[in-house]
Ligand binder design. Structure first.
Ligand code: AHR
Length: 498
């Protein structure tokens, strides 16, 4: 006889501060993400900069705090100088990641402008493929320097007096991947990343550097952390209050044809955070890193549901997301909240058109199923992560990957909870079951008015199209007493005053 389901929320037990940057975005020069996505000059829906106004509004609604750019794999042959200065002088280049042609009509200054309009912070990824350290230093100088130097003056000449103060810089993207024009061994990467990190921080010690990790638990992850997790190397003996690298990046895409394997797959991403976090500690211990050096966090700078084989459109990237995928996205986000202590940033891949919650057509936008849980998390799951206990039946079928089964529990009810700075508790619950509603005894809820947001649909295969938004948010209220029913295949967010 199964025990009846129950969820206990502990608003007084703060687990960790939630870093707002976990709601970050990612815009790559890939498919229709930049051109025809955020940048669509000539379209009546675009502003005087050529930026799509509907996309800007959507980004503002999502309150996206930081956006990664310009790749992704694209960056491995990208030369930033091609994308600045008078547009008519910018060269067109063959592009080797996605085999397109890069017109360079959208570059650094356009991206910075777009970030300002959206109200988000830029996060730039450096070219570790065909790029040089000189070029990387030049880009940093162009963006951040206030001095009377060549690249800072080039920025001024291009119309921008004030520095952009770009804080986040990634030391390459997926440099381990066989798809890279210059795939690296972990030894070669670590050596290069260490040297580049030193030089970049000499030029601008205020930046945060993101090391290129893999899954979070590979020998690459272990090795590059071991070689690069150290304190700042400035001067004799260095500065033991600063770290050389600040975050470790991991990427996970999940997908499965079967709903439950699909929806539980992001549990593996959560496990990856835990494993990468342990590797950070190990590297710090092995390297004798003093506790005065801030601990490195995880930058989950690509995550989403993606199956390039099933996805239609250019490059197998224009995913049509189902309700099952929306529940998977909720499980990803629950994992980020539960592991808030280790999370420095996360960036959904990607923000527009390419494996994205948001699609553009010539005449408007479509908010896909996965948009809705993401919106609810970004709106309400801020502040601190708080303790929550779940008692619910376990899904015992196949998981993807298979090792999740041994490493993690996969209850049908997947939950996380938070408390905002003004004392509002939010409880996020995904009911992954295709058949069962669960009547749940909820403890820790204040009696009175509880606001309820539900994302659901007829079945787990429904998708949103430009004609019909089958999946959206339904708002209702609940008195906070007795049992609460979480409907089958739905995501629910409940809010109340602590
Ligand atoms: O987000 C799409 C691609 O997936 C990125 O360019 C790359 O980093 C990853 O392999």
């Amino acid at each position: 006889e199964e025990e009846s389901p129950s969820i206990i929320v502990h608003p007084d037990y703060k687990v960790a501060k939630i870093n707002d940057n976990i709601y970050g975005g990612f815009t790559e020069h890939m498919g229709r993400c930049i051109y025809g996505g955020i940048y669509d000059p000539g379209n009546p829906l675009s502003d005087e900069n050529g930026f799509r106004k509907d996309v800007i509004e959507a980004m503002k609604d999502l309150n996206v705090p930081v956006v990664r750019y310009p790749g992704g794999n694209f960056v491995a042959t990208y030369h930033w100088l091609d994308g600045v200065g008078p547009v008519e002088n910018r060269p067109k280049r063959p592009e080797l990641a996605w085999l397109g042609l890069e017109p360079n009509t959208f570059g650094t200054d356009e991206f910075m402008k777009w970030c300002e309009v959206v109200g988000t912070e830029p996060y730039l990824c450096l070219n570790f493929g065909t790029g040089t350290l000189d070029e990387a230093l030049g880009w940093l100088e162009y963006c951040n320097s206030t001095q009377d130097t060549y690249y800072a003056n080039l920025r001024r000449k291009n119309g921008r007096e004030e520095p952009y103060n770009v804080k986040y810089w990634a030391l390459g993207n997926e440099c381990w991947g066989p798809w890279q024009v210059e795939q690296m061994t972990k030894e070669d990467y670590a050596k290069k990343a260490y040297q580049w990190a030193k030089a970049l921080k000499l030029l601008d010690p205020s930046i945060m550097l993101i090391l290129c990790g893999e899954t979070g638990y590979s020998s690459w992850d272990y090795y590059v952390l071991k070689e690069c997790v150290t304190w700042s190397v400035h001067g004799l003996g260095g500065d033991r209050t600063k770290s050389l690298i600040d975050m470790h990046s991991i990427h996970v895409y999940t997908a499965d044809k079967e709903h439950l394997a699909n929806a539980t797959a992001p549990r593996g991403a959560e496990r990856a955070i835990q494993m990468a976090s342990a590797l950070i500690d190990l590297a710090r211990i092995e390297n004798g890193v003093p506790e005065t050096v801030p601990r490195q966090t995880i930058c989950f700078d690509e995550w989403n549901v993606w199956d390039p084989v099933r996805a239609p459109g250019e490059l197998g990237a224009e995913e049509k997301y189902t309700l099952s995928d929306a529940l998977a996205v909720a499980v990803f986000l629950n994992g980020f909240i539960r592991q808030a202590k280790d999370m420095g940033m996360a960036n959904i891949a990607q923000s527009v058109n390419v494996i994205s919650p948001l699609m553009t057509t010539k005449d408007g936008i479509i908010k896909q199923t996965i948009w809705w849980p993401l919106l609810l998390f970004s709106k309400y799951m801020r502040g601190h992560s708080v303790a929550v206990n779940v008692r619910a039946p376990e899904y015992t079928g196949r998981t993807n990957p298979a090792w999740i089964r041994a490493a993690m529990e996969t209850p049908y009810l997947d939950a996380s909870a938070s408390i905002s700075d003004d004392g509002i508790v939010s409880l996020a619950v995904a009911n992954l079951s295709e058949e069962k509603d669960f009547e749940v005894a909820l403890q820790g809820v204040t009696k009175g008015e509880v606001t309820v947001y539900t994302v659901g649909g007829e079945n787990v295969d429904v998708v949103n199209t430009s004609d019909e938004e089958k999946v959206g948010i339904k708002e209702s209220s609940w008195g906070g007493e007795g049992k609460f029913t979480f409907g089958k295949h739905s995501f629910t967010l409940l809010r109340w005053k602590a």
